[in-house]
Design a protein around this ligand. Structure first.
Ligand SMILES: [Zn+2]
Length: 232
């Protein structure tokens, strides 16, 4: 049975640590701030919907002394980055070394609101840096059930044009890692060096134990994870 409990979530990272992975952020990956002699586990979290579950993730990360890159939306219809409880959890995650950055939806906002997407990204980086009080090193594109693909923005633009070091799907990482994601909510999906592993529903733990990839990239979404029941 697929297991998306927080108990299992914790076991993913325990397995990584027990198998000598260094768990790093995307910023650290793209700035080469890691030990290249050791296996890397790049830990990415996209907060699409349930930002409050970051509190449960924070507890696990504190116990294991690990960190992640966490991407937050400015345009989520169901969370407010400036609510006091959200400011508090963001402060805690920052203080433990997490990278807090922007989950972009540039094609969606640009197309629906008829706004210039390049200006939008510049404004969003400034706004996000002001809100979070930290520099934005890179962004991650959000995927949604709209007719637009937010990644298309990067067909015509480079992160460096916006003072960024990376976009999370940059080829340097994408083409050189085992990427496993919970994007299908109740099923795992994986790519190896940029190629979809068809019908491969192995869990992150199985990927690590079976193949021990030297560069492992995990994407999770807080809303996929729960204690007993997904809508708890
Ligand atoms: Zn997303």
């Amino acid at each position: 049975m697929d297991n998306f409990t927080f108990k299992y979530y914790k076991e993913i990272f325990q397995t990584a640590l027990a198998n000598n992975y260094q768990i790093i952020t995307l910023k650290e990956f793209f700035l080469d701030e890691f030990d290249s002699q050791k296996k890397v586990f790049i830990n990415r979290i996209d907060v699409d919907i349930k930002i409050e579950r970051l509190r449960d993730i924070y507890k696990i990360f504190t116990e294991l002394k690990i960190r992640a890159s966490i991407y937050l939306r400015l345009h989520a219809s169901n969370y407010n980055l400036l609510s006091i409880s959200n400011i508090l959890i963001i402060q805690k995650l920052k203080s433990m070394g997490c990278e807090i950055s922007l989950h972009t939806e540039l094609e969606d906002v640009g197309e629906y609101c008829n706004l210039n997407k390049n200006n939008l990204l510049k404004q969003q980086i400034d706004l996000f840096e002001l809100l979070i009080g930290d520099k934005v090193y890179g962004t991650a594109s959000h995927g949604d059930r709209t007719p637009y693909n937010n990644l298309n923005f990067w067909d015509k633009n480079k992160p460096s044009d916006f003072g960024l070091v990376y976009e999370a799907y940059d080829k340097r990482l994408w083409n050189n890692c085992r990427y496993v994601s919970d994007s299908e909510w109740t099923k795992w999906k994986s790519y190896d060096n940029g190629k979809l592993l068809e019908n491969d529903r192995r869990t992150p733990i199985e990927h690590m134990l079976d193949d021990s990839p030297s560069c492992f990239h995990l994407l999770t979404h807080p809303e996929s994870w729960y204690y007993e029941y997904i809508y708890e």
